[in-house]
Every structure is written in C-alpha cells, then in structure tokens.
Design a protein around this ligand. Structure first.
Ligand code: HEC
Length: 479
C-alpha cells in the first residue's frame, strides 16, 4: 500500500498532475447539474468521448490483422472471426461501439437542442458538434465498406450514385468517393486510409476543440421557462451563479457520467458477447448485377427513404434535403442565438425532434423487413410441419423452395413477402386458375412457362392444396 502510494506521489510530481487535479476539483458546474436529477441530461457527451477512445483501441487491434486489399479483406475478417484469439469478440465490440456512437451522437445533439444549450455564448460548441456528427457518420460509412461483403459494397455503390445526382459537381463527387469510376481496390484503400488515419485524427482535433469550449463557456444551466438569453449580462450572471452554487465538476457531475459510461460499456460488452462479430456477409459477387443494399442499421432509414419516397420527389429528398440540412444545422446557433431556452416555450423545437425520431424509427422498421425485395435466404419449411403431408405435397414443398417461389411467397410461415401469402390460395383459386397464373404469370409474378415440368406444377398444386386444407375451417373437426 505504502509503495503504491509512493509510486502515485512520484507520478503526480514528475508528470505534473497537480494542475489537472486542481482543475477537476475547482472547475465549477451549475448547481443543478451537480446536485439535482437534471444532471442526468448532461452525461451523453462524456460517454461519447469514452466510446470513441474505446473504438480507437479496438480499431487498432483489428487493424493489426486486417488486409485492405480486395482479394484479402474478406478472408482476413473471416480469419479474425475464426482463428484469432477473441478476434470475433473484438470485431463485435467495434461494431456495437460504432452503433453506440451513432446513437449517442443523436441523443446528445437532441438534448443540446431541446435545452437550447446551443444559444449564446455556446454557438461554436454546437457548430463543432455538427462537424463531429458528420465525422462520426463518415466513420460509420467508411467502416461498412471495409467489411468488403456484398452489403457493404452495394451500400456504398448506392451512396455514390446518390452523390452523382448532385448538380454540377456530382460526377466529381462520385469519383472522389469511389476513387475512380467503379468500386474496387482503389476505393478500398481510400476508405481504409480515411477510416483509420484521416477521420480519427480530425475527430481527435475537433473533440479537443469541443471540450476546450465546454470548459471555457461552461456547462449550460438547465433552462428556466420565461428566462430569455441576455447577451450583455449572461456571462457575469452565469459565473456568479456557478460560484455561489458550489458544485464542482469532480465529483458532483463526474459520478453520473461514470455511471452512464459504465452502463454504455456493459451494454456494448453484452451485445458483443451475445452476438459476436457482424459479418462479413456473403463475399461480393461480380455477377450479382442488381445487388440490393442491406446497410448497417444506422443507415437503414436512408435506404428505406430511397425506396419509399414517391419517384417525383427524387431530386428533392435525395439531393436537396441533405445539401440544405447541413448548412441549416451549422447556421442554427447563429440564427437563433437569443430568446427562450426552455423546451416548454419552444414547441417547434420539441415537434422537430419528436418528428425526426418518429420518422427515423418508422423508416428503420420499414427497412428492416423490406417487402419490396424477394427473400433469397428463405429456409425450406421444417420437416415436422410436413410430417403428415402426402408424398406429392412434400415433393411440391421442395419444388416450391428450390424453384424460388418461396423467395416471393410465404407458405406455412416461411418465405418472402414480395408476392401474396399462398398458404390458403387453394381455397380461393381452382387448380386450373393457379396453374394459369404460374405458367403465364400475372402482374409482377414472373411466367414459368417452359421452366417447370408438368409434374413439378402438379406437385406445387398438391402442396398448396394440402397447405390450404390445413387451414380450411371445414376440416377443423376432422383433425
Ligand atoms: C419475383 C417474385 C415471385 C416469384 C419468384 C413467384 N411469384 Fe407468384 N406472385 C408474385 C406476385 C407479385 C404475385 C401477385 C401478382 C398480382 O396479382 O399482381 C404472385 C401471384 C401468384 C399466384 C396467384 C395468387 C393469388 O392469390 O392470386 C400464384 C398461385 C403464384 N404466384 C404462385 C407462384 C409459384 C408456384 C411460384 C414458383 C413457381 C411463384 N409464384 C413464383 C411474385 C412471385
């Protein structure tokens, strides 16, 4: 114990920790932040700093094994998953850490927006925060391609196409993203350099500036309804109130931050233990011309938006909205630096945050089960479901899966949702009517003329008949 103490004292003296110590103990925070439950609104920023540092550590560990070349990237990740000691776990940590960062960035930003903390004198805190938001999203975006699987590549391909729609500079922007005319080795190198060097360095620098401003301008006090920001007297008032309040950053505000950081870290740890590494998914297939992007969940809403918006709004939603949104965010604290801060007096602010989260959640949920896409990973109907089926119906179930009907049709709970559920189709349609639809096609249903043998069609019809009979109310008592 004594030796430890002596070592501590040695470090304290030689490293010159006294100013840091003094700063932590003497830096004042508004009394509500230190002493009241409102302090919990102020924990998200610190959590972001810690998660970012953790990302740097897990990222560095992964970079030791990762090979940023098209022929090897995918293999090196599988090697990490299967061969490297705890490799898959660290990949999981990195993925869920990234997810946490994206989530926390938006939560932190919403809190700052709702409490009007971006107003005078903290305008630059907000502006540097918007830069951090963009950098975080850029990290998430570039990281996705490093997986070098079908989803990562098609996601970036779609994004590059979107960039290509920007007027005037579109084609240059597209080439800048892809480092050439198409996605290949050069793109991978560029994304790797951005992801492990350029963007992290920028993030470090901007976080430094952001934190400097937090210290210099002080943590904003929780807003009071009816109290307007007064530029001439605010600073003096704030200082007086802080000093009279007597709350210090350490330990009054720090303990809540540490509790929240511990919560975030254990969540990331738990998810990484439970789910392990994310991907890599199937390797890129040059023959799959129309690969459908399945982006990481935090970008899903955007891809969902691309699919759901009416075609007439293409240019507005995909080009002008993002182009105008970024300057709007940057200008927000300049345009609205005064006035009320309390959310109760700013109904538009509350509405905006609420509407954004609702839209995000809706688009994410819609995107998670994209009905517009055939489900190529659908599994055959389970053996025990087919246990009592006659032989021909069993054959039909096999054909139905093997011939890809199940990509688009659910029968007995298995299958894609592109076309209608066919479990009870035989109750509505005669065998002849169904055969016609299968052979000739109907609407978005492809024609199978010449692709299925008569026996296969018969087997499918027997299968659908049997599946429908299971659900026929007339048969209920019989079973
Ligand atoms: C690419 C997706 C897709 C595939 C693959 C597909 N279907 Fe369809 N199917 C559809 C769509 C969409 C409809 C609805 C067409 C409409 O009414 O506009 C449909 C309709 C049908 C219908 C009529 C259902 C009704 O209630 O009117 C039957 C029967 C059917 N499909 C059987 C099959 C069989 C059997 C196969 C495999 C040999 C198959 N489908 C493969 C998309 C598909």
């Amino acid at each position: 114990m004594k030796t430890l103490r002596r070592m501590g004292n040695w470090l304290y003296d030689r490293a010159g920790l006294a100013p840091l110590h003094r700063f932590l103990h003497e830096h004042k925070v508004p009394p509500e932040v230190g002493r009241s439950r409102k302090g919990w609104y102020y924990v998200f920023g610190q959590a972001l700093v810690f998660v970012f540092l953790a990302q740097v550590i897990t990222g560095a560990a992964l970079a030791l094994h990762y090979i940023p070349a098209p022929d090897h990237a995918w293999d090196s990740l599988n090697y990490l998953n299967t061969e490297v000691f705890w490799g898959g776990f660290v990949r999981g940590l990195h993925f869920f850490g990234a997810s946490a960062m994206v989530l926390l960035v938006f939560v932190h930003m919403s809190r700052v927006f709702l409490t009007g903390s971006y107003k005078f004198p903290r305008e630059l805190n907000w502006i540097s925060g918007v830069v951090l938001l963009l950098l975080t999203l850029a990290m998430a975006f570039t990281g996705q391609l490093l997986r070098w699987d079908e989803d990562g590549i098609s996601t970036v391909a779609v994004a590059a196409t979107m960039a290509g729609r920007v007027p005037v500079i579109g084609s240059h922007l597209m080439e800048l993203i892809m480092a050439g005319e198409s996605i290949g080795g050069a793109t991978l190198s560029r994304f790797f350099a951005l992801h492990v060097i350029v963007l992290p360095l920028l993030i470090f620098a901007v976080i430094g500036f952001h934190l400097f401003l937090v210290v210099r301008n002080g943590i904003s006090e929780p807003p009071e309804a009816g109290k307007r920001v007064d530029r001439t007297s605010y600073r003096a008032w704030y200082e007086r109130r802080k000093n009279e309040g007597g709350s210090t950053y350490w330990p009054d505000a720090t303990w809540r931050e540490m509790v929240f950081v511990a919560f975030v870290f254990s969540t990331i740890l738990g998810l990484a233990l439970a789910f392990g590494a994310k991907g890599p998914g199937p390797p890129p297939d040059p023959a799959a011309v129309e690969a459908i992007p399945d982006p990481d969940w935090f970008f899903l809403w955007y891809y969902s938006l691309i699919w759901y918006k009416p075609a007439a709004l293409d240019q507005l939603v995909l080009v002008w909205l993002p182009i105008l949104l970024i300057p709007a965010l940057l200008l927000l604290p300049i345009l609205f630096s005064g006035g009320e801060r309390h959310p109760g007096r700013r109904p538009w602010a509350v509405f905006l945050v609420g509407a954004s989260f609702l839209m995000w959640a809706t688009l994410t949920v819609l995107g998670a089960r994209p009905y517009w896409v055939p489900d190529f990973e659908t599994e055959p109907v389970a053996e025990e479901v087919l246990r009592d089926a006659p032989a021909e119906a069993r054959t039909g179930a096999g054909v139905f899966h093997f011939r890809g009907c199940q990509f688009c049709h659910v029968v007995l709970g298995e299958g894609g949702t592109y076309g209608p559920d066919l479990t009870t189709a035989a109750l509505r349609l005669s065998p002849e009517e169904m055969a016609v639809r299968i052979i000739v096609g109907i609407g978005n249903m492809p024609a199978y003329h010449g692709q299925l043998t008569a026996a296969e069609v018969e087997a499918i019809l027997a299968y659908l008949r049997w599946a429908a009979d299971l659900h026929d109310p007339a048969n209920e008592e019989g079973r």
